[in-house]
Design a protein around this ligand. Structure first.
Ligand SMILES: *Cc1c(COP(=O)(O)O)cnc(C)c1O
Length: 396
């Protein structure tokens, strides 16, 4: 890795300037290594590399200069010892479960998590003898009593998708370490420029790089970073089972990290403005945004996050029918399943990302039938607000 000396202390600089060593072509921007394998100088080097006695690239399912560069940058940003890049956020999360847990183990998971993670916990892991309990995100005082003898991992999302629930990471880091349980935090909504879970005691941080890290709706990707000995297990799992990130996606995501800091600032500014406007709108109720005073965990959000992030949720008065009319009336904002894009996106979690949950499960984590999630983009906020206001008006 090429780092440009002592002056590089700040995250924004590291995200831009840390890069794979230059080749003899002295390129400024990192090239893309579209190669499935790498050559050896001789039989002895080949043997030593396979025996892990020498570091270096062997085969792109194991590692590739582009994925290594992305991971090294993410480790610097999250303050992690090691990491691995995977083909999607779900493969990063799944690998963190499969590599670190075995039959008979138990996961304590926050009740407020991404829909597919919910499916992995409730439908897939039980087939392999890994059980879970959901801990109520609104009742942290109950969590300690839910830790069992066989609990090996606590898994949370904060802010959560789409509930925007905030979990006190300092408290949870202490709880996990007291009980010698791995704390695994999905940091997708915040990114390291807003929140760094490892500083609060997390052992593993997972990301859907598809969201803010790419930030332009182009590629899928996932990253897991954390303690060296845990990442080693995850590496062994991924190297052998193959959910590795492609060099093209790794190159794209590494380029995206260069603008992540500035994008998160503008996403947060725009989202905060929209949230304040919606909160005062007579046709809207239950606006949620981590940095609104009305957010139930506002104090915790202010302590552990430097900005509020780019997601706002709200409910239009008039239930699901008006909610649908609102979505249909949008002129500029996209109706699509992604988030964290430069383009503002509106979604209806109850009928999309969380459709596989039961109505009761949805309500327990605040996903009401009329809930709308806005991923506030980087367009001029005046245009974003104008589109949302006219759609609310038209949906009457
Ligand atoms: C989208 C998302 C994921 C899954 O990521 P993919 O890249 O789509 O596999 C996981 N966690 C959260 C919080 C997400 O928003």
């Amino acid at each position: 890795m090429e780092r440009l000396g002592e002056v590089m202390k700040k995250m924004e600089t590291n995200a831009i300037r840390t890069q794979a060593d230059r080749t003899n072509n002295r390129e400024h921007s990192v090239p893309m290594y579209l190669t499935s394998s790498f050559t050896f100088d001789d039989a002895e080097q080949m043997r030593a590399m396979f025996a892990d006695e020498l570091e270096g690239n062997i085969y792109s399912r194991f590692s590739n200069p582009n994925s290594t560069e992305l991971v090294d940058k993410m480790c610097l940003l999250e303050g992690a010892e090691a990491g691995y890049a995977t083909a999607s956020g779900m493969s990063a999360i799944f690998a963190s479960f499969m590599a670190l847990l075995k039959s008979g183990d138990h996961i304590l998971a926050s009740s407020s998590i991404f829909g597919s993670t919910h499916t992995v916990l409730s439908k897939i892991l039980p087939k392999y003898g890994i059980e879970h309990t959901y801990a109520d995100v609104n009742k942290p005082e109950t969590w300690e009593s839910l830790i069992q003898k066989n609990t090996k991992m606590i898994f949370v999302e904060t802010p959560s998708n789409p509930g925007l629930d905030i979990i006190d990471l300092e408290w949870l880091g202490k709880l996990a370490n007291k009980h010698k349980v791995i704390l695994n935090v999905d940091n997708c909504f915040a990114t390291p420029f807003i929140q760094r879970p490892i500083e609060f005691g997390a052992h593993i941080v997972t990301h859907s790089a598809t969201k803010y890290i790419d930030g332009q709706g182009r590629v899928l990707g996932g990253i897991v970073v954390g303690k060296k000995e845990l990442i080693k297990e995850i590496y062994t799992f991924c190297r052998s089972t193959g959910p590795s990130l492609s060099p093209f996606n790794a190159w794209t995501l590494s380029k995206s990290l260069e603008t992540l800091a500035i994008r998160m600032e503008r996403h947060s500014q725009n989202a905060h403005k929209l949230a304040m406007l919606l909160e005062n709108h007579p046709d809207v109720k239950q606006v949620r945004y981590p940095f609104l005073l009305s957010h139930p965990q506002f104090e915790i959000a202010k302590r552990q996050m430097s900005m509020g992030g780019g997601i706002v949720t709200f409910e239009i008065k008039g239930g699901i029918e008006r909610g649908r009319r609102f979505l249909d009336a949008l002129q500029m904002c996209s109706l699509t399943a992604n988030l964290g894009d430069t383009r503002t996106i509106a979604t209806h979690p109850a009928s999309t990302t969380h459709a596989k949950l039961t109505e009761e499960e949805r309500l327990s984590v605040g996903i009401t039938p009329g809930l709308v999630r806005i991923s506030v983009g980087l367009e001029n906020i005046i245009d974003i607000i104008a589109d949302i206001e006219q759609a609310i008006e038209k949906s009457k």
